[in-house]
Each structure stands twice: as structure tokens, then as C-alpha cells.
Design a protein around this ligand. Structure first.
Ligand code: BGC
Length: 809
């Protein structure tokens, strides 16, 4: 195993789903799970293919209720490449003897190789080597090459290369009782050149899908026929093979949907494209080159054990959100394009992904924010329908930005369907506003800020100002009836209505958003100001109100710590040790308690970071400033006590939790930081949330761990037009380097080694970058470097940063 190569030896059916997810190949337009091409979907294998933004809505009968769900659609399976020897049965790892089985994911080239040595029931050995790619160069194309070599026999093999439209969305066991057939009107056919095609459409969203496959073999005497069955079409090749000689079959496929620009009909486009596709070697070359370009724009060098995992995380982030995404109208699917968990929905997880992308692929961030902007109107409708003002973004969304959060969810432990109130996590809008701001600071994209950005900030700010009600007794505004990032708590014990009051995370971030919205609106150039005010219907008095709310939102405290919400401190303490002893893994404490007939709402027990999210989003100085703005003093002691308090009361039932705790503890220079960072790194490779990775990656944790190096450890902030640093030492991560793209400067190098952080700005004709640290700033011109020398703080009270302009030119 190197940083670039992930090898899997042997075949273990129990691990197959996980492996398929981790070996998914994609290009931002579509992705296909790393399933064996000779296996159909069953209890072991799940060959899913998903195109970004392709959703369909179905109605199911759940526990006597009709429920509607929108799902990211599992598209026709293009993988099938079945093989049989003269023994006559199709070879499969589940039915035949495997003499060898090895799979290699090559991140550098973006390819998946698999070598299987089969023995048929009559003792014939056949080595099968497969290589696949989902082209990063030509996003509608994919390739599957197989090389076959008989050992000790000669004769004929039959290869069936199919497109299979009989698929359904059956990748997640918990959803088994829900309707799953999204494809209809499947038509198949073939052309004279031997290309087979399959067209279909999604049943309610009416998206047409076209696939075409060209299968060629390097044996001129091979015979080929086409077989059409119900919703499936195949090219069948009968190939003479000779002992010890390798033959090669190349299956090239093209995929189009009616969402694609510049096409007339997706099926015609797919047939045309596959007909024009270059040969396999040329496809492979172009694909590798495209990946090299991506790696250049996302340089990362972490020499310790975290390096390979971070590389894998980067690979999967880029396969989900690549430069091709910039041309699409899609959001950030929480589980990638890698599986069907959460139905391919978009949550707040972009909060953990965009800050990374902003500094490498800003055009992708811009497209993802534009996706949110296109759904701003819908978010305003949602707010109005609920009796609010401004924009209420949905907690979960799919195609059109309506709320897709289910009303009921299944507790697999108790088998009960329970009300789901997670839609009260309105803080998702705050994450969008935060991302708008971060994107604009990182890129200097004033055009976006002054137009779409300002509009989103204004409508989100308006929503929160409207949600705030004045409490005479407190002399402060309160926001009531919401759910915070810790979604365990969705109501007060025995309350009739769901929702909690004064969620500190929500209130503090709402204050920040209100203040930023005011900054932007007040600073708008005169020319655009009037237009925007007209469009949004803003009056100066409304802005004064926002200012007032942003300064007087209530933040509850108890026992000298910030309360997660009003009354958190009055909840019962949980017997953590008792539950750990009884259940071992208590990450999903909510399910355990519900199955016991209890509820997590009664306890001081959180699923994931909630208050501590504040330390993830804001640097200590910014957070202190924000509390001051709200009329509170947040000293270091209070923050440290708060960190300890929630550390003891969090079960980490989401992969985001270890990430945020790792980040916050690293910033606070705590010894436990590395444990959490390691856990965040292991989330998917070790499938820490108990079998969930097989249903898709955790994109937030993957993007977040990359950002932990980029912003978390360096303290990098793009604030006030400067690149600010405040590095913290993490002894286990004493050396790392990466490059960023900042305000039009490409390839700005950052390298930390022992106690030095060096920033190098490549030569160009652009203006110098202002580098800031503590209370000092230094301009670093293109072609120059600067080094920050870090010294121990606290003990001597000396400034932690000493600056030396060195002479690396
Ligand atoms: C987490 C949410 C997250 C969602 C999708 C849930 O388990 O609690 O914060 O947005 O997963 O990743």
C-alpha cells in the first residue's frame, strides 16, 4: 500500500459492500460503485451507478401512512461483463473456486484493477484481469477492459457485455419496504456496428437516460450476436482462446441524461458519443492526464500515516465534486455519488466541504452556491408557507430545493417508525450563508458577493431576524422551536411540540450572519444597491432591526459553560459507563434508548458537536469578538470548560463529530486531539459508524479532514482581504505541505516543518498577498516567500510568531 495505491487481497463477501463504496469511480458527473462486473445486485453485491442531480419521487406505504420520497436514482447498470468457459456456467466469486482475488485502486490514475483466477467446475483455470475507469477527461464515458488468459487448456469462452435496465434502488436495507423502481419505459436495441443501447426515463421526474456500449475484442475470429431481453440488452462474444495467451475485451460506454446541455436526445447523444469514442488506450491516457491536472491543483503532502487516508479522501471528494460539477446544477450529496444512504440528499454537509474547495476549485464552489441560489425562491416559499419571512432552506433536499426530510424514520433496533423532526434544523441556512462569505473571502469574487451572494445573505438574515422574538424579561431576542446540529434532542422531555429554545450554535451563527449581511448590504456599490434592495424589498428600518437582533440574541449558560440550548443543564445525566458496559458501541444512543422505551431527550447526551461547532467555524479571536458583539464575555476558561463539558456528554453518532472534536481539540492544544483526528480519518476506511460506509462515503468527514490540515492546523483564515495564520502544533502532524489558490494566485505553497511555516507565492504579475499573523501583516509579492517561526506561547507571554522574510526567491 502506498499513498496512491489501495490494495485489497482476497474475497470476503461480508466486506464487499464496503469495498465497493471505497472503490467507487466517478468524475463529478456520474459515478459507479466498485462492484464486480460479473455479479448482479444481491445480498453481497451492489453495482450502483448514479449521475449527479438525477432524482425521482415515489410514494410508499409506511406503517399505514403514504409517504413520498425523492431518491437519487440508481441508473441502468453498465458493468455486466459475464464470462463462461466450456463448463457452461457464468463465473462468479460466489459460486466458483477462486485461486486468487486481488483488487487495486490506483488514485493517481483514477483506475480500478481487479485480478481473479477462477477455476471452473471441470478444473479449467482462467485468469481474468479487469481495468476500469470513469473518465475524468470525457465525463460521459467509462471503460471496462478485461483480459482473459486460460491456463492449461484451450477452447472457447463466452463473454456477455450487457446494459441492464432492470435495476432498482435497493442498496440500503432500512429502505427495503419503500418503493424502489424509478426507471420506466426501458427500450433496448443495437446498431449495425455492434453497439448496444438502452434508453429509459425516471418514472415521475421524467428525466430521460441514454446508455450505449461498444464492446470490441482483439480476436478477429470471435463471433458476436446481440441478445435483447426484458429491459436488458447484451452483446455476446464467442472467443477462441489458447492456453497461456491473453485476449482483451474493451467495453466502452457513454451515458447521457436529458439534463445535459447541448444535446437533443440523451439516447442519440450516447450512441453518437460511444461511436466516436477513441480506443481504450487513448481513453486511458486522456483520463490519466485529467487526473494529473486535478492533483496539481490540489497538492497535498502529509508524510505520516494520515497521508494515504487524506489522499483517499481527496480522491473521493474530487470524484463527487470535480471541475465537471461546475457545469451542473447540483448540490453536495452527503454520501457522495457512492451509494443510496440518505437517498443522495443534500444536507448542511457542504459546510465541511466548500471551505476546502474554495481554495482549490473555486469555480466548483461557485456552482454549488449557485445551486443554492437557484433554490432561494423555493426557500422563501417554504418560509412563507410556515409563516416566516426570508429564506428557510430545507434540512434535506434533492432536485428542486423543497424539504425532503422524511416525516418518519425507522429505528432498526426497535423496528418502530418514529416521527422525524430533524427538519427543524434550520441552521442549514446559516451554513449556506457561511459558505457564501467564505467563498467570497477566498476568491475575492465581488461579482458573486454583490449579486447572488448578497441576495442569499439578505434572505437568510431576514429569516433569522423574523424567527427572533423579543423577551421582555431577558431583555433579549430568542429563537425558539429549532433543532441544533445535535439532532438527538428534538424536543423538551414530555413537551407536546418538537423543537428547543435558544440553541447556542444557531443563535451565535445567526448573529454572525446578520452582521455579515449588514456588512455586505451597507458596502454595496451604489450602482447595484438599489437593484438589490428593490429585488429583495429591503427597507433601511429592516436593517436596523437586524442590527438590533444581531447584538441581543440570547445565549444561555449554565454551570459556567455555554448551554447547548435553554434547559440543557436541567436534563438528567446519563450513566455513560453503564451504557458502554452494556452495549459496547453507543454511538447511536438515541436508538438504544428508544428501543428501551426511553428517550434521549431526557438526557444531557449529544449525538455530535453542537456548541463546539462554534470553535470549528470561528477562530478564538473571531468567536470572542462575536460574543462581545452579543454583549457576552467569552474568556478562554469558559471556552475550555465548555469543551470539556460536551466532550464528556457526546456519543459521536455522526462522522462529523470526531472531525469537529479533532479540530476543536487541536486548536485548544489538547492531548486527545490526535485520537479524534484518527477517528475522523478512519470513519470510512474502517466503517466506524457500523456498516454505513457500504451505503456511501461520508463526504463531510472526507472534506473536513482535508480542511483540518488546510485551515484547522494552520489557523488559516481568509478574512479582511488578508491570508491569516495562527498555526497550532499537533505533535503527530509535525510536517505537512499543500498549495492553495487564493484570490487569483495559483499554487501558493504552504509548508510546515517543525516550528516553521513557510508561505511561497509563485511568480506572476498579480499584486502581493497580505499575510497576517497575530497583530502583524506582511505583503508577500509573487516570487517571494515568508516564514513564520513559531515559538512556545503562554509560558513566557512572548508573541507566538516571529517573522523572518527569508530569501527564497
Ligand atoms: C448528521 C448530520 C448530517 C447527516 C448527513 C447525520 O448523521 O447528524 O449532521 O448532515 O448525517 O451527513
Amino acid at each position: 500500500m502506498s499513498e496512491w495505491i489501495w490494495e485489497y487481497k482476497g474475497y470476503d463477501p461480508a466486506q464487499e459492500r464496503l469495498r465497493e463504496t471505497l472503490c467507487t469511480l466517478g468524475n463529478g458527473y456520474f459515478a459507479t460503485r466498485g462492484a464486480a462486473p460479473e455479479c448482479a445486485a444481491d445480498a453481497v453485491h451492489y453495482p450502483g451507478t448514479y449521475a449527479a442531480g438525477i432524482y425521482n419521487r415515489l410514494t410508499s406505504d409506511v406503517a399505514g401512512h403514504w409517504v413520498e420520497n425523492e431518491d437519487m436514482v440508481n441508473l441502468p447498470n453498465w458493468l455486466p461483463l459475464w464470462i463462461r468457459t466450456p463448463a457452461g456456467t457464468w463465473l462468479s466469486p460466489d459460486t466458483h473456486t477462486l485461486l486468487d482475488h486481488e483488487q487495486t485502486l490506483d488514485l493517481h490514475s483514477g483506475t480500478l484493477e481487479r485480478t481473479v483466477r477462477y477455476q471452473d467446475e471441470e478444473g479449467r483455470c482462467l485468469t481474468v484481469r479487469q481495468l476500469r475507469l470513469v473518465s475524468m477527461a470525457e465525463p460521459h464515458l467509462a471503460l471496462l477492459r478485461i483480459e482473459l488468459m486460460p491456463e492449461g487448456w484451450s477452447g472457447q469462452v463466452e463473454v456477455e457485455s450487457a446494459l441492464d435496465g432492470t435495476v432498482a434502488n435497493t442498496g440500503v436495507d432500512r429502505y427495503r419496504s419503500l418503493a424502489s423502481r424509478h426507471l420506466t419505459d426501458v427500450q433496448t436495441g443495437s446498431s449495425e456496428e455492434g453497439t448496444v443501447w438502452l434508453g429509459c426515463r425516471t418514472s415521475t421526474s421524467g428525466i430521460r437516460v441514454g446508455l450505449a456500449a461498444r464492446t470490441v475484442v482483439d480476436v478477429p475470429s470471435a463471433e458476436a450476436t446481440t441478445v435483447e431481453e426484458r429491459a436488458r440488452v447484451a452483446r455476446v462474444l464467442r472467443i477462441p482462446v489458447t492456453d497461456g495467451h491473453t485476449i482483451t475485451v474493451d467495453k466502452t460506454i457513454a451515458l447521457h441524461t436529458s439534463h445535459d446541455p447541448a444535446i437533443s436526445d440523451p439516447l442519440c447523444a450516447a450512441v453518437d458519443r460511444v461511436g466516436r469514442a477513441r480506443d481504450a488506450d487513448a481513453l486511458l491516457d486522456a483520463h490519466r492526464t485529467a487526473w494529473q491536472q486535478l492533483w496539481r491543483n490540489a497538492e497535498l503532502d502529509v508524510p505520516n500515516s494520515a497521508g494515504p487516508v487524506l489522499r483517499l479522501h481527496l480522491f473521493h471528494v474530487l470524484q463527487t465534486l470535480s471541475p465537471h460539477t461546475a457545469d451542473l446544477d447540483v448540490g453536495v450529496p452527503a454520501r457522495g455519488l457512492h451509494g443510496e444512504a440518505y437517498r443522495g440528499h443534500v444536507f448542511w454537509d457542504e459546510l465541511f466541504v466548500l471551505p476546502y474547495l474554495n481554495l482549490h476549485f473555486p469555480e466548483v464552489s461557485r456552482a454549488l452556491l449557485a445551486h443554492r441560489h437557484r433554490r432561494l425562491e423555493r426557500a422563501c416559499f417554504a418560509a412563507a408557507d410556515a409563516g416566516h419571512t426570508g429564506a428557510m432552506y430545507p434540512w434535506q433536499s434533492g432536485s428542486d430545493g423543497r424539504e425532503e426530510t422524511q416525516r418518519l424514520h425507522l429505528n432498526p433496533r426497535s423496528g418502530r417508525w418514529l416521527p422525524d423532526h430533524s427538519r427543524l434544523q434550520h441552521h442549514v441556512g446559516l451554513a449556506i450563508a457561511y459558505n457564501v462569505w467564505q467563498y467570497c473571502e477566498a476568491t475575492g469574487d465581488m461579482e458573486f458577493l454583490h449579486d447572488k451572494g448578497a441576495e442569499m445573505l439578505a434572505q437568510i438574515a431576514r429569516f433569522w431576524a423574523g424567527m427572533a422574538t423579543y423577551d421582555e424579561t431577558l431583555g433579549r431576542y430568542r429563537i425558539r422551536g429549532v433543532v441544533g446540529p445535535d439532532e438527538y434532542h428534538d424536543a423538551y422531555p414530555d413537551a407536546e411540540r418538537p423543537g428547543l429554545d435558544d440553541n447556542a450554535y444557531t443563535n451565535v451563527t445567526a448573529a454572525w450572519v446578520l452582521a455579515r449581511a449588514l456588512d455586505v448590504l451597507r458596502g454595496l456599490p451604489e450602482y447595484v444597491r438599489g437593484d438589490l434592495f428593490d429585488r429583495v424589498g429591503l427597507e433601511p428600518s429592516e436593517l436596523n432591526m437586524w442590527d438590533d437582533v444581531s447584538r441581543t440574541l440570547h445565549v444561555p449558560f449554565h454551570a459556567g459553560v455555554i448551554s447547548q440550548f435553554a434547559g440543557y443543564g436541567d436534563l438528567a445525566e446519563l450513566d455513560w459507563q453503564g451504557y458502554r458496559d452494556q452495549y459496547g458501541d453507543i454511538r447511536r444512543l438515541d436508538r438504544i434508548l428508544e428501543a428501551e422505551g426511553d428517550t434521549v431527550n431526557r438526557y444531557q447526551a449529544s449525538k455530535q458537536a453542537d456548541v463546539l461547532m462554534l470553535g470549528y467555524l470561528f477562530s478564538p479571536s473571531e468567536l470572542q469578538g462575536l460574543f462581545r458583539h452579543l454583549g457576552y464575555e467569552l474568556d478562554d476558561d469558559t471556552w475550555h470548560r465548555t469543551v470539556d463539558y460536551y466532550l464528556d456528554r457526546t456519543s459521536h453518532g455522526s462522522t462529523l463529530s470526531s472531525l469537529v472534536h479533532g479540530w476543536v481539540l487541536a486548536r485548544a492544544q489538547r492531548a486527545q486531539a490526535w485520537d479524534f483526528v484518527q477517528e475522523a480519518l478512519a470513519s470510512d476506511i474502517a466503517d466506524l459508524q457500523g456498516g454505513t460506509t457500504g451505503e456511501g462515503i461520508h463526504l463531510g468527514a472526507m472534506g473536513g479532514t482535508l480542511d483540518l490540515i488546510q485551515r484547522g492546523l494552520t489557523g488559516l483564515e481568509t478574512r479582511g482581504g488578508a491570508l491569516r495564520f495562527d498555526p497550532v502544533p499537533l505533535p503527530e502532524m509535525s510536517e505537512y505541505g499543500f498549495s492553495i489558490r487564493y484570490q487569483g494566485h495559483w499554487g501558493v505553497q504552504l509548508r510546515l516543518k517543525s516550528d516553521q511555516l513557510r508561505i511561497t507565492v509563485p511568480d506572476s504579475d498579480r499584486d502581493p498577498i497580505t499575510v497576517a499573523f497575530a497583530d502583524r501583516t506582511v505583503p508577500v509579492a509573487p516570487g517571494e516567500s515568508c516564514t513564520l517561526t513559531l515559538t512556545e506561547s503562554g509560558v513566557t507571554g512572548e508573541p507566538r510568531h516571529q517573522v523572518t522574510r527569508d530569501d527564497f526567491r
